[in-house]
Design a protein around this ligand. Structure first.
Ligand code: F3S
Length: 83
């Protein structure tokens, strides 16, 4: 079970940051993301997952993001980590 992890470069000198995004072509509305990490994900009118805000994961919530990504049956959640 793996999550897609990509390098994320934002072109500044800020400390490492993690962003999440949902691939809308994969999401089938299973809802595990917003059940497991309600601070990072919400649902739209049809129950499909959506990231809150711009998807930036607040410090200390990285594990919630990973948990959601690992538990999405469709592998629709992508973690983009600055390296
Ligand atoms: Fe969609 Fe996966 Fe969440 S299918 S609703 S991104 S758990």
């Amino acid at each position: 079970m793996t999550a897609l992890v990509q390098a994320w470069y934002h072109g500044t000198d800020r400390n490492s940051a993690v962003k999440v995004q949902i691939n809308p072509e994969r999401c089938q509305g299973h809802g595990r993301c917003y059940d497991l990490a309600p601070g990072l994900f919400g649902d739209d009118d049809e129950g499909y997952g959506m990231v809150l805000g711009d998807g930036t994961v607040p410090p200390g919530k990285e594990n919630d993001a990973r948990l959601a990504a690992l538990n999405c049956p469709e592998r629709a959640i992508e973690l983009l980590e600055e390296v």
